[in-house]
Design a protein around this ligand. Sequence first.
Ligand code: SAH
Length: 386
Amino acid sequence: MQPTVTLSHRGEQRLLGGHPWIYRSDVADASASAGDIVVVRNAKGRVLGSAFFSDRSQIAVRMLTHGEQVANEAVIASRIDAAIAFRESLAIDATAYRLVHGEADLLPALVVDRYGDYLVVQALTQGMDRLTPVIVRALEDRLRPKGILARNDPKTRALEGLPQEVTLLQGEVPEAVSVREGNVEYDVDLRHGQKTGLFLDQRENREAAARYARGRVLDCFSYNGGFAMTLAPMAQETIAFDISEDAIARVRANALRNGVTVDARVGNVFDELRGLDRLKERFDTIVLDPPAFAKSKTAVEKAVSGYKEINLRALKLLNPGGFLVTCSCSYNISEGLFAQIVHEAALDAGAHVTVVEKRMQGRDHPVMLGVPETYYLKCFILRKVG
Ligand code: SAH
C-alpha cells in the first residue's frame, strides 16, 4: 500500500489556497512513516497530489506535486536542475550564491548554497533528509563540485526529530574557502560560519548600498563585514560593529585581504549607537542589518521596539542628505509593519525621510507568492532629507 495522508476539509481548503504546508491538526488520517513521500487525498478519497510526510513536526505535510502527478526521485532531480539553471541565467557577479531556496524552488525544506567549487546542503525535514543521496547525485551530475558539506545544524531539525550535525557528503571541503562577491573577496568557514558561511541573501543589497555610500560609513551588525567591505571604497572612513569577537576578527582579516581600511569594533549596537550620539558623532551612511528580532509571532511586540530603537538612533546620527540602509530578516515582521516602524522612528527622531529603494533578499532567494515564509528579508534604502 502506498503511504497515504487524508486531509480534513480545512486542510484541503488550505492546499487549494496555494500554501504547500499542511499542519498536523488538518490531517484527518495518516498511514505513513517518517519522511515518506505520500499520496494526499481529500475526505472523499480524491487524490490531491503528493507530498513529504513528517511524523514529528507540526507541519505534517509539505506538498510536492498537485493532481495525479506523483513525486519521485526523478522529479526532485529535475527540480534541482531547474533551480540551478535559473541561478545560471541571472549572471550573478559572484562565486557564492544560493542554488536552491526551498519551497520557492518547489523543493520544500532544501537549501543548497554554492561557494565556488564547494556546495553546502541543508535538508531540514525528514523527507528531504532521507533524499540526501538523490540530492547529492543530482548536484554531482550537474556541477561536479570538489566537495559537498551538509550543514544540518539548524535548530529546526530538532522539530523533525533529526540530529543537528555537520557532515561531509562528498569529496573534501577545506577549512577556508575563498569566494568573491563583485570586487570583494572573502575567506569563508563553511563548517562554523553563520547560516552556511555567508549572508548570501544580502549580496544585492550590498551592491545597491554601494550606489549611495559616501562620507563616514557605519556598518551595524556587520558579521564578517560584507557591507563594510563593499562600501569602504566609497567612504572617507568606515566603522563596523558586531557583538561577536569572532565576527570582528573576520572583518579585520577581510579588510586586510581587500586592501580597505575598516575600524572594526566589538560592541552591542544598542549601546554603541547611544554612545556615538553622546559623543556627537555624525555619519553620512549607516547600515542596520540586525539578526531576526522576531523569530516567532509572540516575539513581535518586543521586536518592534528593538527595530524602532535602532532606526531612531541611526536617523539621529545621520547627517542631512545621508543614507540609511535598514533591514529586517524577521518574516514575522511584514514589509508594511517594517515601513510603519521606520516611519515612527523618523517621527521620533524629528527627521524627514524619503524612500530611495525598497528591496528584499537577492534574486537567488526568490519569494513564492502565497507563501509569506519565503519573504523574510526587507531592506529599505532611505535618505534623510533634513
Ligand atoms: N550584515 C551582515 C550580516 C549580519 S547578521 C552581512 O551582510 O553579512 C547579524 C549579526 O549581528 C551577527 O553577526 C551577530 O553577531 C550580530 N549581533 C547580534 N546582536 C547584536 C548586538 N546587540 N550588537 C551587535 N551585533 C549583534
